[in-house]
Design a protein around this ligand. Structure first.
Ligand SMILES: Cc1cc2nc3c(=O)[nH]c(=O)nc-3n(C[C@H](O)[C@H](O)[C@H](O)COP(=O)(O)O)c2cc1C
Length: 200
């Protein structure tokens, strides 16, 4: 599928068909795609937790405000977490990255302080969300990015060691044909093209 067609067809799915499951090969592909996400200095300050288990999905749904039904009815909930332990990140980059990258972190990023560093980690995680939503769209898998979650409750359930913190979840599955938000029923709402896209 052309990427533009995929972008027009995708939407933040509000209603899932709970009887339709994602084929296991496609699920594996989604995992591989997230593993390949790019990040500044290739730091990979993240963890992606695929929650297939119905009981765990139900517990996380209870910590997800108005998103609860999407999480219960989707095939899988993917929780995007950012590393929350700077020492652990430094250990990871020392073990995996070239010296120049480690030096960049130590001399340019780290001196800006813990708040900046954790914010920098989180930006990388959001970048992986873009890759993931694009991948789902081209694979004709429906998805809902959800910041409407309670990170503390998510962490207690899936990140109990405190090294990572949940930022958002993404429900994946297949749309319920009744979903009134799908683009064939509700045209996409965007600020006028010329106000957003400039050519100089
Ligand atoms: C980071 C992020 C967080 C979002 N959080 C939620 C959410 O908690 N619940 C929800 O239903 N939609 C959520 N959305 C969906 C947006 O509202 C939606 O992408 C936007 O309105 C554009 O609509 P479209 O994706 O259907 O084209 C989120 C989107 C993003 C990118």
């Amino acid at each position: 599928m052309k990427f533009l067609d995929a972008a027009q067809n995708r939407y933040a799915t509000k209603l899932y068909d709970n009887s339709k499951k994602i084929d296991s090969k496609k699920m594996e592909e989604l995992k591989q795609i997230l593993h390949l996400s790019p990040s500044s200095i290739n730091g990979q300050p993240w963890q992606f937790t695929f929650v297939h288990d119905t009981e765990m999905k139900a517990k996380l749904a209870e910590a997800s405000f108005f998103n609860a039904d999407r999480i219960k009815d989707c095939d899988t909930l993917v929780v995007f977490s950012s590393i929350d332990n700077i020492d652990l990140f430094e250990k990871q980059i020392t073990e995996h990255l070239v010296e120049g990258a480690v030096n960049y972190f130590n001399t340019v990023v780290k001196p800006l302080g813990d708040v900046f560093v954790k914010n920098w980690f989180q930006k990388q995680v959001y970048l992986s969300l873009g890759i993931f939503l694009g991948a789902c769209a081209t694979m004709e898998i429906d998805a809902t990015p959800m910041e409407g979650i309670e990170p503390d409750k998510y962490d207690a359930l899936i990140n109990p060691n405190g090294n990572y913190t949940a930022l958002f979840g993404v429900a994946v599955g297949y749309r319920n044909p009744e979903d009134s938000f799908q683009p064939i029923k509700k045209p996409k709402e965007r600020v006028e093209f010329d106000k957003i896209i400039r050519s100089i």
